[in-house]
Design a protein around this ligand. Structure first.
Ligand SMILES: [Zn+2]
Length: 389
């Protein structure tokens, strides 16, 4: 018998009870890249990726945050070239608005937790927006404000690329720090986000800006889609002291379903495969620079050939959840699946339609109702209300 955890309470249940609990609970997901597909003209109702309306309904998703990610290919590569990052971000936002107009009976955009609850009461899915990558605002607070005006409620300060004002985890790992955290402009961005009521997202940020933001930000902050470094030592995952600090500030961490962040074995094998097949992977990226869904699917084929089968059972996700709960209690862990942002998703939850399995796995690990509801969505709603109203 496993030792009883402090989260274990409430009554027992069979498989039907667990499914009922999942669909009765409010389920929130902090991060998907589905707009990369919608902007290509695919339908939000059904497409070949991980998350669409059909599978959101089957998976019981109630509040979904959609990421606006301007691929760094839109950044200028030589002097004199125009930065198209903001233009791309606006195009993704336009695609989101179009999808909301196309399916008014199924889904509706929200800007606050209160609006989300109203939409949920009408039987529809609530949809919110976040930016992934601070280069989206092109060093212009006015563009940040315009994004807020159009409904964006979080911004990840960086993606894998270091911006002119904040260090990224990947770039710092490969090339070292450029700003030693945030520049003065970076601090001004965080302060303005605080004033507006916009969530600061620290997934993808390096450690120095992480600690810098925790000092500067007046409101709780989050890591929308990161896992536990103590389990898989990836630069995208959070160390225990970071998890403690986020929690102490009232923040949350969205559990990412990407195999390389979930499993240390997968991570090491993939890093070796990326090294071994670098030429081919670079050629794929060069051949499909503006088509992330196609690019990532083709890359997966090459990596899979090189890696062979590496099982990543979904119950490993619960190891990450349990680690965070044991460290800081049940109020700071959430979902940040990264659906449609990666082609290597844990084995038994291959898309949004299979999310009820996550609840079953929580149950099998010994989690019970009040805590399961927090993890599935109540933590996100509390946090969303704290920062955005
Ligand atoms: Zn990401």
């Amino acid at each position: 018998m496993r030792p009883r955890g402090p989260w274990e309470s409430g009554k027992g249940g069979d498989v039907d009870d667990i499914l009922k609990l999942h669909h009765d609970a409010i389920v929130c997901d902090l991060h998907v890249d589905t707009l990369q597909r919608i902007a290509k003209g695919e339908s939000l109702m059904a497409h070949g990726g991980h998350l669409d309306l059909v599978r959101m309904q089957r998976g019981g998703i109630d509040l979904q945050f959609f990421a606006l990610w301007p691929d760094p290919v839109y950044l200028p590569t030589q002097p004199g070239q125009r930065d198209r990052s903001y233009e791309r971000t606006v195009a993704l936002l336009d695609a989101f608005d179009g999808a909301m107009r196309a399916h008014p009976g199924q889904i509706a955009p929200v800007r606050t937790a209160a609006e989300a609850r109203t939409v949920l009461q009408s039987g529809r899915i609530a949809a919110a927006l976040g930016i992934e990558g601070g280069h989206a605002i092109e060093n212009d607070i006015g563009k940040l404000e315009e994004m807020f005006r159009r409904g964006v409620r979080y911004m990840g300060l960086t993606w894998n690329n270091t911006t002119d004002w904040a260090d990224a985890a990947k770039e710092e790992t490969l090339h070292g720090t450029r700003h030693n955290g945030l520049t003065a402009f970076g601090e001004a961005v965080v302060r303005r986000m605080n004033e507006l009521g916009m969530i600061v997202d620290l997934s993808h940020s390096a450690e120095r800006p992480f600690w810098h933001v925790l000092r500067v930000s007046k409101t709780p902050v989050m890591a929308s889609h990161s896992d536990v470094h103590a389990i898989a030592p990836h630069f995208r995952n959070l160390k225990d002291e970071q998890i403690r600090a986020l929690a102490a500030k009232g923040g949350i961490i969205g559990i990412n379903f990407y195999c390389a962040f979930v499993s240390a074995e997968f991570m090491h094998k993939q890093m070796a495969a990326e090294e071994a097949r670098k030429t081919e992977l670079d050629a794929i990226a060069a051949a499909h620079p503006y088509d992330f869904p196609v690019q990532s699917a083709l890359e997966r084929v090459v990596l899979q050939q090189e890696m062979g089968p590496v099982p990543v059972p979904a119950q490993l996700l619960i190891d990450h959840v349990e680690h965070i709960v044991r460290l800081v209690g049940p109020d700071h862990v959430a979902l940040g699946t990264d659906f449609d942002g990666t082609s290597a998703i844990v084995d038994d939850i291959p898309d949004a339609g299979e999310l009820p399995r996550f609840t079953r796995l929580l149950w099998e690990r010994g989690f019970r109702e009040p805590v399961i509801r927090k993890i599935l969505g109540e933590n996100v709603l509390r946090f969303f209300a704290d920062v955005c109203g």
